[in-house]
Ligand binder design. Structure first.
Ligand code: C2E
Ligand code: MG
Ligand code: MG
Length: 501
Protein backbone atom coordinates (compact mmCIF):
# COMPACT_ATOMS: atom_id res chain seq x y z
CA UNK A 1 0.00 0.00 0.00
CA UNK A 2 2.86 2.32 0.84
CA UNK A 3 4.08 2.19 -2.69
CA UNK A 4 0.64 3.09 -4.04
CA UNK A 5 -0.55 6.25 -2.24
CA UNK A 6 -3.04 6.99 -5.01
CA UNK A 7 -4.74 3.59 -4.55
CA UNK A 8 -4.79 4.00 -0.78
CA UNK A 9 -6.44 7.42 -1.02
CA UNK A 10 -8.97 6.05 -3.50
CA UNK A 11 -9.72 3.10 -1.21
CA UNK A 12 -10.45 5.37 1.77
CA UNK A 13 -12.57 7.69 -0.39
CA UNK A 14 -14.52 4.72 -1.84
CA UNK A 15 -15.31 3.34 1.62
CA UNK A 16 -16.42 6.83 2.70
CA UNK A 17 -18.60 7.24 -0.40
CA UNK A 18 -20.29 3.84 -0.01
CA UNK A 19 -20.95 4.20 3.73
CA UNK A 20 -22.07 7.83 3.32
CA UNK A 21 -24.43 7.02 0.43
CA UNK A 22 -25.94 4.00 2.24
CA UNK A 23 -26.37 6.11 5.38
CA UNK A 24 -28.15 8.93 3.52
CA UNK A 25 -30.31 6.54 1.51
CA UNK A 26 -31.42 4.19 4.27
CA UNK A 27 -30.90 5.61 7.78
CA UNK A 28 -33.73 8.23 7.53
CA UNK A 29 -36.11 5.62 6.07
CA UNK A 30 -35.38 3.15 8.86
CA UNK A 31 -35.96 5.82 11.52
CA UNK A 32 -39.20 6.93 9.73
CA UNK A 33 -40.46 3.36 9.82
CA UNK A 34 -39.70 2.95 13.53
CA UNK A 35 -40.73 6.40 14.88
CA UNK A 36 -43.97 8.23 14.17
CA UNK A 37 -43.66 11.28 16.39
CA UNK A 38 -41.78 14.29 14.88
CA UNK A 39 -39.92 15.41 18.03
CA UNK A 40 -38.47 11.93 18.63
CA UNK A 41 -37.65 11.71 14.92
CA UNK A 42 -35.66 14.98 15.13
CA UNK A 43 -33.79 13.90 18.26
CA UNK A 44 -32.86 10.56 16.68
CA UNK A 45 -31.77 12.31 13.44
CA UNK A 46 -29.60 14.62 15.54
CA UNK A 47 -27.99 11.68 17.38
CA UNK A 48 -27.67 9.83 14.07
CA UNK A 49 -25.75 12.79 12.60
CA UNK A 50 -23.25 12.74 15.50
CA UNK A 51 -23.02 8.96 15.30
CA UNK A 52 -22.17 9.25 11.62
CA UNK A 53 -19.45 11.81 12.27
CA UNK A 54 -17.88 9.68 15.06
CA UNK A 55 -18.10 6.42 13.10
CA UNK A 56 -16.53 7.88 9.97
CA UNK A 57 -13.85 9.68 12.01
CA UNK A 58 -12.96 6.39 13.77
CA UNK A 59 -12.94 4.58 10.46
CA UNK A 60 -10.73 7.22 8.86
CA UNK A 61 -8.39 7.14 11.80
CA UNK A 62 -7.99 3.36 11.50
CA UNK A 63 -7.52 3.35 7.74
CA UNK A 64 -5.03 6.23 7.74
CA UNK A 65 -3.12 4.72 10.67
CA UNK A 66 -2.92 1.32 8.93
CA UNK A 67 -1.55 3.06 5.83
CA UNK A 68 1.06 4.96 7.80
CA UNK A 69 2.05 1.82 9.73
CA UNK A 70 2.68 0.03 6.48
CA UNK A 71 4.61 3.01 5.13
CA UNK A 72 6.66 3.08 8.29
CA UNK A 73 7.43 -0.67 8.07
CA UNK A 74 8.46 -0.31 4.42
CA UNK A 75 10.73 2.62 5.27
CA UNK A 76 12.27 0.66 8.13
CA UNK A 77 12.92 -2.24 5.77
CA UNK A 78 14.48 0.07 3.19
CA UNK A 79 16.71 1.57 5.87
CA UNK A 80 17.71 -1.93 7.01
CA UNK A 81 18.49 -2.95 3.44
CA UNK A 82 20.61 0.18 2.89
CA UNK A 83 22.69 -0.62 5.97
CA UNK A 84 22.88 -4.43 5.77
CA UNK A 85 24.43 -6.96 3.49
CA UNK A 86 21.94 -8.99 1.40
CA UNK A 87 23.68 -12.35 1.77
CA UNK A 88 24.54 -12.47 5.46
CA UNK A 89 22.32 -9.70 6.84
CA UNK A 90 25.35 -8.27 8.62
CA UNK A 91 25.79 -4.47 8.77
CA UNK A 92 27.52 -3.32 5.57
CA UNK A 93 30.18 -0.78 4.57
CA UNK A 94 27.80 2.17 4.94
CA UNK A 95 26.82 1.03 8.44
CA UNK A 96 30.51 0.66 9.28
CA UNK A 97 31.24 4.23 8.20
CA UNK A 98 28.31 5.56 10.24
CA UNK A 99 29.44 3.59 13.31
CA UNK A 100 33.07 4.64 12.91
CA UNK A 101 32.16 8.30 12.47
CA UNK A 102 30.14 8.14 15.71
CA UNK A 103 32.92 6.33 17.56
CA UNK A 104 35.66 8.65 16.31
CA UNK A 105 33.69 11.81 17.09
CA UNK A 106 33.79 10.76 20.74
CA UNK A 107 37.19 12.25 21.71
CA UNK A 108 38.98 10.20 24.32
CA UNK A 109 37.59 6.88 23.02
CA UNK A 110 39.96 4.17 21.82
CA UNK A 111 39.73 0.70 20.34
CA UNK A 112 40.68 -1.66 17.54
CA UNK A 113 39.52 -2.24 13.98
CA UNK A 114 40.15 -5.69 12.49
CA UNK A 115 40.05 -6.10 8.69
CA UNK A 116 39.77 -9.82 7.96
CA UNK A 117 39.92 -11.47 4.56
CA UNK A 118 39.66 -15.23 3.97
CA UNK A 119 42.73 -16.88 2.42
CA UNK A 120 42.24 -18.40 -1.03
CA UNK A 121 38.46 -18.10 -0.87
CA UNK A 122 38.58 -17.91 -4.68
CA UNK A 123 39.63 -21.58 -4.75
CA UNK A 124 36.55 -22.58 -2.71
CA UNK A 125 34.32 -20.78 -5.20
CA UNK A 126 36.22 -22.30 -8.11
CA UNK A 127 36.31 -25.84 -6.73
CA UNK A 128 32.85 -26.13 -5.17
CA UNK A 129 30.86 -23.43 -6.99
CA UNK A 130 29.55 -20.03 -5.89
CA UNK A 131 26.52 -21.45 -4.05
CA UNK A 132 28.79 -23.33 -1.66
CA UNK A 133 30.97 -20.23 -1.36
CA UNK A 134 27.89 -18.20 -0.38
CA UNK A 135 26.84 -20.89 2.07
CA UNK A 136 30.25 -20.78 3.72
CA UNK A 137 30.07 -17.00 4.08
CA UNK A 138 26.60 -17.25 5.62
CA UNK A 139 27.67 -19.99 8.04
CA UNK A 140 30.73 -17.97 8.97
CA UNK A 141 28.61 -14.89 9.68
CA UNK A 142 26.24 -16.88 11.88
CA UNK A 143 29.17 -18.44 13.73
CA UNK A 144 30.87 -15.10 14.35
CA UNK A 145 27.62 -13.48 15.46
CA UNK A 146 26.75 -16.28 17.84
CA UNK A 147 30.12 -17.12 19.28
CA UNK A 148 31.99 -13.83 19.52
CA UNK A 149 31.12 -11.83 22.64
CA UNK A 150 28.72 -8.90 22.45
CA UNK A 151 31.68 -6.50 22.65
CA UNK A 152 32.53 -7.34 19.00
CA UNK A 153 30.71 -5.33 16.31
CA UNK A 154 30.69 -7.22 13.05
CA UNK A 155 30.40 -5.86 9.48
CA UNK A 156 30.73 -7.43 6.02
CA UNK A 157 32.31 -5.22 3.39
CA UNK A 158 31.54 -7.59 0.52
CA UNK A 159 33.13 -10.72 -0.92
CA UNK A 160 35.12 -12.47 1.78
CA UNK A 161 36.01 -9.26 3.64
CA UNK A 162 34.80 -8.75 7.19
CA UNK A 163 35.47 -5.87 9.55
CA UNK A 164 35.22 -6.17 13.32
CA UNK A 165 35.24 -3.32 15.80
CA UNK A 166 36.24 -3.66 19.44
CA UNK A 167 35.72 -0.54 21.52
CA UNK A 168 37.92 0.25 24.50
CA UNK A 169 40.38 -2.61 23.97
CA UNK A 170 44.04 -1.80 24.77
CA UNK A 171 46.86 -2.51 22.29
CA UNK A 172 48.35 -5.27 24.49
CA UNK A 173 45.20 -7.35 24.07
CA UNK A 174 45.14 -7.20 20.26
CA UNK A 175 47.06 -10.43 19.69
CA UNK A 176 44.85 -12.39 22.08
CA UNK A 177 41.67 -11.14 20.42
CA UNK A 178 43.06 -11.86 16.94
CA UNK A 179 43.84 -15.41 17.99
CA UNK A 180 40.26 -15.88 19.23
CA UNK A 181 38.97 -14.62 15.88
CA UNK A 182 41.32 -16.76 13.77
CA UNK A 183 40.63 -19.90 15.84
CA UNK A 184 36.89 -19.41 15.38
CA UNK A 185 37.20 -18.89 11.62
CA UNK A 186 39.56 -21.89 11.37
CA UNK A 187 37.03 -24.39 12.76
CA UNK A 188 35.72 -26.71 10.02
CA UNK A 189 32.46 -25.93 8.21
CA UNK A 190 30.18 -28.87 7.47
CA UNK A 191 28.57 -27.87 4.20
CA UNK A 192 26.28 -30.18 2.21
CA UNK A 193 28.95 -30.71 -0.47
CA UNK A 194 31.97 -31.16 1.79
CA UNK A 195 33.63 -30.27 5.06
CA UNK A 196 35.71 -27.18 4.41
CA UNK A 197 38.32 -25.44 6.53
CA UNK A 198 39.48 -21.89 5.87
CA UNK A 199 42.12 -19.55 7.23
CA UNK A 200 42.16 -15.78 7.10
CA UNK A 201 44.52 -12.82 7.12
CA UNK A 202 43.80 -9.86 9.39
CA UNK A 203 45.00 -6.27 9.27
CA UNK A 204 44.66 -4.24 12.43
CA UNK A 205 44.38 -0.47 12.95
CA UNK A 206 44.04 1.15 16.37
CA UNK A 207 42.01 4.28 16.91
CA UNK A 208 42.63 7.12 17.39
CA UNK A 209 46.37 6.27 16.97
CA UNK A 210 46.17 5.17 13.31
CA UNK A 211 43.40 7.36 11.99
CA UNK A 212 41.00 10.06 13.08
CA UNK A 213 38.56 9.54 10.20
CA UNK A 214 36.61 6.43 9.25
CA UNK A 215 38.13 6.39 5.77
CA UNK A 216 41.73 6.63 6.95
CA UNK A 217 41.28 4.05 9.71
CA UNK A 218 39.71 1.53 7.34
CA UNK A 219 42.33 2.17 4.64
CA UNK A 220 45.11 1.55 7.14
CA UNK A 221 43.52 -1.64 8.44
CA UNK A 222 43.28 -2.72 4.78
CA UNK A 223 46.95 -1.85 4.21
CA UNK A 224 47.90 -3.97 7.23
CA UNK A 225 45.71 -6.80 5.90
CA UNK A 226 47.59 -6.74 2.60
CA UNK A 227 50.84 -7.00 4.51
CA UNK A 228 49.45 -9.98 6.44
CA UNK A 229 48.49 -11.61 3.11
CA UNK A 230 52.09 -11.31 1.91
CA UNK A 231 53.18 -13.40 4.90
CA UNK A 232 52.06 -17.01 5.26
CA UNK A 233 48.35 -17.85 5.46
CA UNK A 234 46.52 -17.26 8.79
CA UNK A 235 48.65 -14.21 9.65
CA UNK A 236 47.86 -10.83 11.10
CA UNK A 237 49.66 -7.48 10.95
CA UNK A 238 49.24 -4.28 12.93
CA UNK A 239 49.41 -1.12 10.84
CA UNK A 240 52.71 0.73 10.72
CA UNK A 241 53.63 3.87 8.70
CA UNK A 242 56.36 1.92 6.86
CA UNK A 243 53.62 -0.15 5.19
CA UNK A 244 52.41 2.94 3.35
CA UNK A 245 55.95 3.63 2.18
CA UNK A 246 56.05 0.05 0.81
CA UNK A 247 52.85 0.73 -1.16
CA UNK A 248 54.34 3.90 -2.66
CA UNK A 249 57.48 1.95 -3.63
CA UNK A 250 55.36 -0.75 -5.18
CA UNK A 251 53.45 1.81 -7.26
CA UNK A 252 56.76 3.32 -8.41
CA UNK A 253 58.00 -0.14 -9.41
CA UNK A 254 54.77 -0.74 -11.28
CA UNK A 255 55.27 2.48 -13.26
CA UNK A 256 58.92 1.71 -13.96
CA UNK A 257 58.05 -1.84 -15.14
CA UNK A 258 55.66 -0.44 -17.74
CA UNK A 259 58.46 1.43 -19.47
CA UNK A 260 61.28 -1.07 -18.83
CA UNK A 261 60.67 -3.03 -22.05
CA UNK A 262 60.72 0.06 -24.28
CA UNK A 263 63.85 1.30 -22.51
CA UNK A 264 65.64 -2.02 -23.07
CA UNK A 265 66.23 -2.54 -19.36
CA UNK A 266 65.64 -6.29 -19.37
CA UNK A 267 68.27 -8.88 -20.05
CA UNK A 268 68.26 -12.67 -19.84
CA UNK A 269 70.84 -14.75 -18.03
CA UNK A 270 71.09 -18.50 -18.46
CA UNK A 271 71.70 -21.24 -15.94
CA UNK A 272 72.89 -24.54 -17.44
CA UNK A 273 71.30 -27.86 -16.52
CA UNK A 274 73.58 -30.88 -16.34
CA UNK A 275 72.88 -34.51 -17.11
CA UNK A 276 73.79 -36.44 -13.94
CA UNK A 277 74.92 -39.56 -15.83
CA UNK A 278 77.16 -37.94 -18.46
CA UNK A 279 77.98 -34.81 -16.47
CA UNK A 280 77.41 -32.71 -19.62
CA UNK A 281 75.28 -29.62 -20.13
CA UNK A 282 71.96 -30.62 -21.69
CA UNK A 283 70.09 -27.32 -21.71
CA UNK A 284 69.63 -24.10 -19.75
CA UNK A 285 66.99 -22.05 -18.03
CA UNK A 286 66.42 -18.44 -19.11
CA UNK A 287 66.13 -16.14 -16.08
CA UNK A 288 65.07 -12.52 -16.30
CA UNK A 289 67.17 -9.64 -14.94
CA UNK A 290 66.11 -6.00 -14.74
CA UNK A 291 68.92 -3.48 -15.02
CA UNK A 292 67.42 -0.19 -13.90
CA UNK A 293 69.72 2.76 -14.35
CA UNK A 294 71.00 4.14 -11.01
CA UNK A 295 68.99 1.61 -8.97
CA UNK A 296 70.17 -1.51 -7.14
CA UNK A 297 69.31 -4.76 -8.94
CA UNK A 298 65.99 -6.24 -7.87
CA UNK A 299 65.19 -9.95 -7.92
CA UNK A 300 62.60 -11.36 -10.36
CA UNK A 301 60.84 -12.90 -7.33
CA UNK A 302 60.07 -9.29 -6.33
CA UNK A 303 59.23 -7.64 -9.65
CA UNK A 304 57.50 -10.54 -11.46
CA UNK A 305 54.49 -10.55 -9.05
CA UNK A 306 54.08 -6.79 -9.67
CA UNK A 307 54.28 -7.29 -13.44
CA UNK A 308 51.69 -10.06 -13.06
CA UNK A 309 49.33 -7.78 -11.16
CA UNK A 310 49.52 -5.00 -13.73
CA UNK A 311 49.31 -7.43 -16.66
CA UNK A 312 52.57 -6.18 -18.21
CA UNK A 313 53.99 -9.70 -17.69
CA UNK A 314 52.26 -10.76 -20.93
CA UNK A 315 54.48 -8.43 -23.00
CA UNK A 316 57.54 -9.24 -20.90
CA UNK A 317 56.88 -12.99 -21.32
CA UNK A 318 56.72 -12.58 -25.09
CA UNK A 319 60.04 -10.71 -25.09
CA UNK A 320 61.61 -13.44 -22.88
CA UNK A 321 60.49 -16.23 -25.21
CA UNK A 322 61.66 -14.39 -28.36
CA UNK A 323 65.05 -13.56 -26.83
CA UNK A 324 65.56 -17.10 -25.47
CA UNK A 325 64.70 -18.60 -28.88
CA UNK A 326 67.10 -16.22 -30.63
CA UNK A 327 69.87 -17.25 -28.24
CA UNK A 328 69.14 -20.96 -28.64
CA UNK A 329 69.51 -20.51 -32.41
CA UNK A 330 73.02 -19.14 -31.80
CA UNK A 331 73.82 -22.11 -29.57
CA UNK A 332 72.51 -24.56 -32.16
CA UNK A 333 74.63 -22.78 -34.78
CA UNK A 334 77.69 -23.75 -32.71
CA UNK A 335 76.73 -27.37 -33.26
CA UNK A 336 74.92 -28.03 -29.95
CA UNK A 337 71.64 -28.85 -31.64
CA UNK A 338 70.50 -31.16 -28.81
CA UNK A 339 70.22 -28.28 -26.29
CA UNK A 340 66.88 -27.07 -25.00
CA UNK A 341 65.96 -23.78 -23.36
CA UNK A 342 63.53 -23.51 -20.44
CA UNK A 343 61.39 -20.40 -20.09
CA UNK A 344 59.27 -19.49 -17.04
CA UNK A 345 55.62 -18.78 -17.79
CA UNK A 346 53.11 -16.86 -15.64
CA UNK A 347 49.44 -17.71 -15.16
CA UNK A 348 48.26 -14.60 -16.98
CA UNK A 349 50.23 -15.53 -20.10
CA UNK A 350 49.06 -19.11 -20.05
CA UNK A 351 45.35 -18.35 -19.80
CA UNK A 352 45.38 -15.92 -22.72
CA UNK A 353 43.42 -17.72 -25.51
CA UNK A 354 46.06 -16.75 -28.10
CA UNK A 355 49.01 -18.04 -26.02
CA UNK A 356 49.43 -21.43 -27.73
CA UNK A 357 49.41 -19.89 -31.23
CA UNK A 358 51.74 -17.09 -30.12
CA UNK A 359 54.32 -19.55 -28.74
CA UNK A 360 54.03 -21.73 -31.84
CA UNK A 361 54.58 -18.71 -34.12
CA UNK A 362 57.59 -17.37 -32.17
CA UNK A 363 59.29 -20.78 -32.15
CA UNK A 364 58.59 -21.35 -35.84
CA UNK A 365 59.86 -17.86 -36.76
CA UNK A 366 63.08 -18.67 -34.86
CA UNK A 367 63.44 -21.83 -36.98
CA UNK A 368 63.42 -24.04 -33.90
CA UNK A 369 61.38 -27.11 -33.14
CA UNK A 370 58.83 -27.19 -30.28
CA UNK A 371 60.79 -29.98 -28.54
CA UNK A 372 63.67 -27.50 -28.07
CA UNK A 373 61.49 -25.33 -25.85
CA UNK A 374 60.50 -26.20 -22.29
CA UNK A 375 57.82 -24.04 -20.69
CA UNK A 376 58.12 -23.92 -16.87
CA UNK A 377 54.88 -23.67 -14.94
CA UNK A 378 54.62 -23.63 -11.15
CA UNK A 379 51.86 -25.34 -9.19
CA UNK A 380 50.63 -21.93 -8.04
CA UNK A 381 50.40 -20.85 -11.70
CA UNK A 382 48.11 -23.81 -12.28
CA UNK A 383 45.97 -22.88 -9.28
CA UNK A 384 45.71 -19.23 -10.34
CA UNK A 385 44.61 -20.11 -13.85
CA UNK A 386 41.30 -21.63 -12.64
CA UNK A 387 41.43 -24.79 -14.68
CA UNK A 388 42.11 -22.92 -17.94
CA UNK A 389 45.78 -23.88 -17.90
CA UNK A 390 45.27 -27.63 -18.24
CA UNK A 391 43.69 -27.47 -21.70
CA UNK A 392 46.31 -24.97 -22.91
CA UNK A 393 49.09 -27.23 -21.62
CA UNK A 394 47.55 -30.25 -23.35
CA UNK A 395 47.50 -28.30 -26.64
CA UNK A 396 51.11 -27.19 -26.23
CA UNK A 397 52.18 -30.74 -25.39
CA UNK A 398 50.29 -32.05 -28.42
CA UNK A 399 52.26 -29.61 -30.59
CA UNK A 400 55.49 -31.04 -29.20
CA UNK A 401 56.53 -28.46 -26.58
CA UNK A 402 58.07 -29.70 -23.35
CA UNK A 403 56.33 -28.71 -20.11
CA UNK A 404 58.14 -28.58 -16.75
CA UNK A 405 56.42 -28.41 -13.39
CA UNK A 406 58.62 -25.88 -11.55
CA UNK A 407 59.13 -25.59 -7.76
CA UNK A 408 57.60 -29.05 -7.37
CA UNK A 409 56.64 -29.85 -3.78
CA UNK A 410 55.78 -26.30 -2.74
CA UNK A 411 52.14 -26.45 -3.89
CA UNK A 412 49.26 -28.61 -2.78
CA UNK A 413 48.60 -30.66 -5.89
CA UNK A 414 47.38 -34.19 -5.29
CA UNK A 415 49.15 -37.04 -7.03
CA UNK A 416 45.99 -37.77 -8.90
CA UNK A 417 45.98 -34.25 -10.29
CA UNK A 418 49.67 -34.39 -11.18
CA UNK A 419 49.21 -37.62 -13.07
CA UNK A 420 46.67 -35.97 -15.35
CA UNK A 421 48.98 -33.05 -16.19
CA UNK A 422 50.65 -33.28 -19.58
CA UNK A 423 54.13 -32.61 -18.24
CA UNK A 424 57.54 -33.82 -19.39
CA UNK A 425 59.73 -32.62 -16.48
CA UNK A 426 59.47 -32.30 -12.70
CA UNK A 427 61.74 -29.71 -11.09
CA UNK A 428 62.23 -30.43 -7.38
CA UNK A 429 62.22 -27.13 -5.50
CA UNK A 430 65.52 -26.07 -4.00
CA UNK A 431 64.06 -25.79 -0.49
CA UNK A 432 64.04 -29.60 -0.30
CA UNK A 433 67.65 -29.83 -1.45
CA UNK A 434 68.98 -27.20 0.93
CA UNK A 435 68.32 -29.41 3.94
CA UNK A 436 69.26 -32.75 2.44
CA UNK A 437 71.16 -33.72 5.62
CA UNK A 438 67.83 -34.19 7.42
CA UNK A 439 66.36 -37.68 7.04
CA UNK A 440 62.89 -36.19 6.55
CA UNK A 441 64.00 -34.18 3.50
CA UNK A 442 66.01 -37.15 2.19
CA UNK A 443 62.87 -39.27 2.25
CA UNK A 444 60.88 -36.50 0.54
CA UNK A 445 63.40 -35.98 -2.27
CA UNK A 446 63.70 -39.73 -2.83
CA UNK A 447 59.91 -39.93 -3.00
CA UNK A 448 59.70 -37.04 -5.50
CA UNK A 449 62.24 -38.71 -7.78
CA UNK A 450 60.22 -41.91 -7.56
CA UNK A 451 57.01 -40.06 -8.47
CA UNK A 452 58.75 -38.54 -11.51
CA UNK A 453 59.94 -42.00 -12.61
CA UNK A 454 56.45 -43.44 -12.18
CA UNK A 455 55.02 -40.62 -14.28
CA UNK A 456 57.66 -41.30 -16.92
CA UNK A 457 59.02 -37.74 -16.85
CA UNK A 458 62.50 -36.32 -16.48
CA UNK A 459 63.43 -35.16 -12.94
CA UNK A 460 65.58 -32.04 -12.38
CA UNK A 461 66.89 -31.03 -8.95
CA UNK A 462 67.15 -27.24 -8.52
CA UNK A 463 69.49 -25.30 -6.24
CA UNK A 464 72.28 -27.87 -5.96
CA UNK A 465 75.07 -26.23 -3.96
CA UNK A 466 77.01 -29.07 -2.27
CA UNK A 467 78.72 -32.27 -3.44
CA UNK A 468 76.74 -34.23 -0.80
CA UNK A 469 73.53 -33.30 -2.60
CA UNK A 470 74.95 -34.55 -5.92
CA UNK A 471 75.91 -37.84 -4.27
CA UNK A 472 72.41 -38.31 -2.88
CA UNK A 473 70.75 -37.38 -6.19
CA UNK A 474 73.00 -39.71 -8.20
CA UNK A 475 72.29 -42.56 -5.81
CA UNK A 476 68.54 -42.03 -6.27
CA UNK A 477 68.87 -41.72 -10.04
CA UNK A 478 67.74 -38.14 -10.46
CA UNK A 479 68.13 -37.22 -14.16
CA UNK A 480 69.43 -33.65 -14.16
CA UNK A 481 70.75 -30.99 -11.82
CA UNK A 482 70.87 -27.20 -11.84
CA UNK A 483 72.59 -25.11 -9.18
CA UNK A 484 75.39 -22.83 -8.05
CA UNK A 485 77.72 -25.81 -7.51
CA UNK A 486 77.78 -26.40 -11.26
CA UNK A 487 77.15 -22.92 -12.60
CA UNK A 488 75.42 -19.71 -11.53
CA UNK A 489 73.10 -17.99 -14.00
CA UNK A 490 75.48 -16.37 -16.53
CA UNK A 491 75.24 -13.97 -19.46
CA UNK A 492 74.79 -15.12 -23.08
CA UNK A 493 78.41 -14.36 -23.91
CA UNK A 494 79.71 -16.26 -20.87
CA UNK A 495 77.58 -19.26 -21.77
CA UNK A 496 78.74 -19.21 -25.40
CA UNK A 497 82.36 -19.09 -24.17
CA UNK A 498 81.66 -22.02 -21.85
CA UNK A 499 80.23 -24.06 -24.72
CA UNK A 500 83.16 -23.32 -27.01
CA UNK A 501 85.65 -24.74 -24.47
P1 C2E B 1 62.76 -20.46 -10.71
O1 C2E B 1 62.14 -20.58 -12.05
O2 C2E B 1 62.54 -21.57 -9.76
O3 C2E B 1 64.30 -20.24 -10.97
C1 C2E B 1 65.31 -20.75 -10.18
C2 C2E B 1 65.83 -19.71 -9.23
O4 C2E B 1 66.75 -20.33 -8.35
C3 C2E B 1 66.61 -18.60 -9.93
O5 C2E B 1 66.40 -17.40 -9.19
C4 C2E B 1 68.04 -19.05 -9.78
O6 C2E B 1 68.98 -18.00 -9.86
C5 C2E B 1 67.99 -19.66 -8.41
N1 C2E B 1 69.03 -20.67 -8.21
C6 C2E B 1 69.51 -21.55 -9.11
N2 C2E B 1 70.45 -22.35 -8.52
C7 C2E B 1 70.55 -21.97 -7.23
C8 C2E B 1 71.34 -22.43 -6.12
O7 C2E B 1 72.11 -23.35 -6.20
N3 C2E B 1 71.12 -21.79 -4.93
C9 C2E B 1 70.25 -20.77 -4.80
N4 C2E B 1 70.14 -20.19 -3.60
N5 C2E B 1 69.50 -20.32 -5.83
C10 C2E B 1 69.63 -20.92 -7.03
P2 C2E B 1 66.03 -16.05 -9.87
O8 C2E B 1 66.74 -15.89 -11.15
O9 C2E B 1 66.15 -14.99 -8.84
O10 C2E B 1 64.49 -16.25 -10.24
C11 C2E B 1 63.53 -16.37 -9.26
C12 C2E B 1 62.20 -16.75 -9.84
O11 C2E B 1 61.68 -15.69 -10.64
C13 C2E B 1 62.25 -17.93 -10.77
O12 C2E B 1 62.27 -19.11 -10.02
C14 C2E B 1 61.00 -17.75 -11.56
O13 C2E B 1 59.89 -18.24 -10.87
C15 C2E B 1 60.88 -16.25 -11.65
N6 C2E B 1 61.37 -15.84 -12.98
C16 C2E B 1 62.64 -15.63 -13.40
N7 C2E B 1 62.64 -15.28 -14.70
C17 C2E B 1 61.36 -15.29 -15.12
C18 C2E B 1 60.69 -15.00 -16.36
O14 C2E B 1 61.30 -14.73 -17.39
N8 C2E B 1 59.34 -15.09 -16.40
C19 C2E B 1 58.62 -15.44 -15.28
N9 C2E B 1 57.29 -15.51 -15.39
N10 C2E B 1 59.19 -15.73 -14.12
C20 C2E B 1 60.54 -15.64 -14.02
MG1 MG C 1 61.99 -21.96 -13.35
MG1 MG D 1 62.10 -23.32 -9.47
Amino acid sequence: MAGRPHMTAWRITRIYLIIGSLWILFSDRVVEMLVADTTTFRTISHIKGWLYVWATATLFYRLIKASFDELDAAQRQLRHMALHDHLTDLPNRRALFQTLEDVLSDKGSHGVLFFTDLDNFKYINDSFGHDIGDELLTSLSVRLRQRLGSEWELFRLGGDEFVLLLKGVPEEKVEEYTKTLHDLIGEPFSLPAATVQVTCSTGIALYPKHGATAELLLKRADTAMNRAKEQRANSFAIFHESMEQAIVERLELDQALRTALVNNEFVLVYQPQYDLVSGNICGFEALLRWNRPDVCPISPSQFIPIAEQSGVIVEIGEWVLKSACQFLREVHALGHTEFTVSVNVSALELISPSYVDKVTRIVRDSELLPEHIELEITESTLMESNGLAESQLALLRARGFRIALDDFGTGYSSLNYLRRLPISTLKIDRSFLSDIASSEHQALVAEMIKIGKLMGVSVVAEGVEHPAQVEFLTEHQCDKVQGFLFCRPISQDELLEKLKV
